[in-house]
Design a protein around this ligand. Structure first.
Ligand code: HDD
Length: 664
């Protein structure tokens, strides 16, 4: 058990043990079915304190959901650095390779409310709380390395634009509407982020299969006080992968909890979920050596120019015991830093440093939210802050001020040598202005860089995503404005395609971005792939032999795949359980599908499932005990990625491993 899980035990109540029911005051309750009445058919009595307490608690069970990132899913784990990073930072948890630092990670969608679906087209939040021996360090990032805006003062505008429209609260968890795209056309700094949002990055296959990014340029500071600029990355061991948009929309209907269930079940089964921490580091002296401003959060540092050094590994390995107490009450803040990690002057980051504590005050009901078990550090903490709503601590002593003589000046600030945090001693000079630096003005080069880096199928997905989103905008001027002010300045081919699809005016050709660089690391097709934990839906006719089922299961499970049998009803065939039916699951919920046919003919549902799997470019395997299958399948047996698993299982496995048969 890691140090944080141990700490949480102090507040953990085991409700699975035999116990007598009591009120919150500890009074044993003798009856919990009936309220206290004056006569069996009479009015309920005010005196019924048990009813009042139970009802009052229920009436107050909800807290405000997060204003963004409301839908989230949290897991515990730990982090270990591979080698000391003392040349860059004095952060203790990054200096000692023998140290396992407990972490809590919350993944989230951004726009949807807490009850919305898991796979809208959206950015994913990727927040990590490291419970270090020097206090909590929060890396509050996303699965995309850039952001929509360059200055935090615009955050409320961005969020108002993307959230459901205020007059009718439509649409839920979607950017495909007028106000969002109107914002984009009027605020072209979002152009680069829009490319990411329209890409497959916005519809991850799994929370275990997406990258994470700290987004901003931060600072690492070593013992000598030398500073380096740094960008943080999380690299998933399983590689980053996506679903396709049509599939995402169907999944949202078939299983709204697709991502959280995938994560919960994999952790429950003991499948470690691993991410490596990556750093891109540049010395402070190189601040002005890039063709963009390192303080601009709409820019990446291409990995080919500044390689990502993999410096440590995070393993997520324990689910929460209580969703509300842990995942809902966890409070992240980019300003929670430890000695050796510091900020840059990125104006987006600077504004975030205000917003996160502020929002917890209303969400968690006052200034003592750091005492909520999931938020409290695992190292000792002491100061003179007292009282306030939900104060849980009883602090002994007469004094609650600094300096004091009555208590020997305790608690006493620590010097930097003793571990006290010291802000980086940056020299800053300037006049007070409300302005944006000229060096932030290029909105289109990296949008083009992203597009240049996509493979053909990825580009096509982006063009189609744009056509979907703009097609959903009711206001023709919004479509025209986006095409003219944004897309046309990035890429003419994209503009022509989308204009045609959404019936908008094709703007006059202007000088589009001439940026010709590409960054292969941006294409998810270049990511590592693996068979581990891939899900396989095996559709069977009811008469398939037990031996065939066992053999099929073994064939795939030995590669770490997860096999489910699907038929008309839940039943067992010999020792093998058919646990799913065409009512409970669908091919959209699996990475790949196999059909096993006995003498009986294939069910119509199986044929429909196969047609959709084919459309979604999934590997399809088949095995036939008897008769012919080719005349019922909605595609040719010679099509790419359709394989006889009895004759050529290796080919099928290769297709599954490649994630999708993109060239089908
Ligand atoms: Fe934010 C939540 C990530 C810009 C204000 N943000 C929140 C969460 C993530 C991010 C992952 C969810 C935390 C959790 O799981 O509880 N936010 C980002 C990233 C940004 C960003 C990567 C840009 C690089 N955010 C941003 C700005 C502001 C905020 C510019 C305001 C100035 N974000 C908030 C917030 C939230 C939040 C309103 C809502 C709930 C919360 O903080 O705890 O304060």
């Amino acid at each position: 058990m890691n140090k944080k899980k141990e700490d949480l035990q102090k507040n953990t109540i085991d409700n699975t043990k035999k116990a007598k029911m009591t009120t919150n005051q500890g009074l044993p309750v003798s009856e919990d079915e009936f309220s206290l009445k004056a006569g069996e058919r009479g009015p309920t009595l005010m005196e019924d304190f048990h009813f009042r307490e139970k009802m009052t608690h229920f009436d107050h069970e909800r807290i405000p959901e997060r204003v963004v990132h409301a839908r989230g899913f949290g897991v515990h784990g730990e982090f270990q650095v591979y080698e000391s990073l003392e040349k860059y930072t004095k952060a203790d948890f990054l200096n000692d390779p023998s140290k396992k630092t407990p972490v809590f990670v919350r993944f989230s969608t951004v726009a949807g409310n807490r009850g919305s679906m898991d796979i809208p087209r959206d950015v994913r939040g990727f927040s990590t709380k490291f419970y270090t021996d020097e206090g909590n360090y929060d890396l509050v990032g996303n699965n995309m390395p850039v952001f929509f805006i360059q200055d935090a003062i615009k955050f409320p505008d961005l969020v108002h634009a993307v959230k459901p429209e205020p007059h009718n609260e439509i649409p839920q968890a979607a950017s495909a509407h007028d106000t969002f795209w109107d914002f984009v056309s009027q605020n072209t700094e979002s152009a680069h982020m829009i490319m990411w949002l329209m890409s497959d990055r916005a519809i991850p296959r799994s929370l275990r299969m997406m990258e994470g990014f700290g987004v901003h340029t931060f600072r690492l500071v070593n013992k000598e006080g030398k500073s380096h600029f740094v960008k943080f990355h999380w690299k998933p061991k399983l590689g980053a992968h996506q679903v396709v948009w049509d599939e995402a929309q169907l999944i949202n209907g078939k299983n709204i909890d697709f991502h959280r269930q995938d994560l919960w079940e994999n952790i429950d089964k003991g499948n470690a979920v691993e991410f490596e921490l990556g750093l891109q580091v540049i010395p402070e002296e190189d601040e002005f050596n890039m063709d963009f401003d390192v303080l601009d959060p709409t820019k990446i540092w291409p990995e080919e120019d500044v390689p990502v050094q993999l410096v440590g590994k995070m393993t997520l390995n324990q689910n929460v015991d209580d969703y509300f107490a842990e995942t809902e009450q966890v409070a992240f803040h980019p300003g929670h830093v430890v000695p050796g990690i510091d900020f840059s002057n990125d104006p987006l980051l600077q504004g975030r440093l205000f917003s996160y504590t502020d929002t917890q005050l209303i969400r968690l009901g006052g200034p003592n939210f750091h005492q909520i078990p999931i938020n409290r550090p695992v190292c000792p903490f002491a100061n003179n802050q007292r009282e306030g709503y939900n104060q849980m601590n009883i602090t002994k002593g007469q004094t609650s001020y600094h300096k004091n003589a009555l208590n020997d000046n305790q608690p006493e600030p620590a010097s930097p040598e003793e571990g006290g945090f010291e802000h980086y001693n940056e020299k800053v000079e300037g006049r007070k202005v409300r302005a944006r630096s000229e060096s932030f003005k290029d909105h289109f080069s990296q949008a083009k860089l992203f597009l240049n880096s996509m493979q053909d199928h990825e580009k096509q997905h982006m063009f189609d995503a744009l056509s979907f989103e703009l097609g959903k905008c009711k206001n023709m001027s919004v479509r025209n404005n986006v095409l003219r002010e944004v897309l046309n300045k990035i890429d003419r081919e994209m503009t022509e395609y989308v204009a045609d699809k959404v019936g908008a005016e094709l703007p006059e050709a202007v000088e589009e971005s001439t940026y010709s660089k590409s960054s292969p690391a941006l294409s998810m097709t270049n990511h590592p792939t693996s068979l581990e934990t891939r899900t396989l839906g095996v559709m069977i006719t009811p008469d398939v032999a037990e031996a065939t089922l066992k053999e099929t299961k073994d064939k795939f499970e030995k590669h770490g795949m997860d096999v489910s049998f699907i038929s008309d009803k839940i039943h067992s065939i010999g020792d093998v359980m058919v646990e799913e039916t065409f009512d409970t699951v669908h091919s959209v919920l699996f990475d790949a599908v196999v059909v096993l046919k006995g003498k009986e003919s294939l069910q119509p549902e199986a044929i429909e499932n196969l047609a959709i799997a084919f459309k979604h470019k999934k590997a399809i395997g088949y095995g036939v005990d008897e008769g012919d299958i080719s005349d019922v399948l909605p595609f040719s047996l010679d099509a790419k990625g359709v394989t006889d698993i009895e004759k050529n299982v290796d080919q099928f496995l290769e297709d599954v491993k490649a994630h999708r048969v993109w060239n089908r």
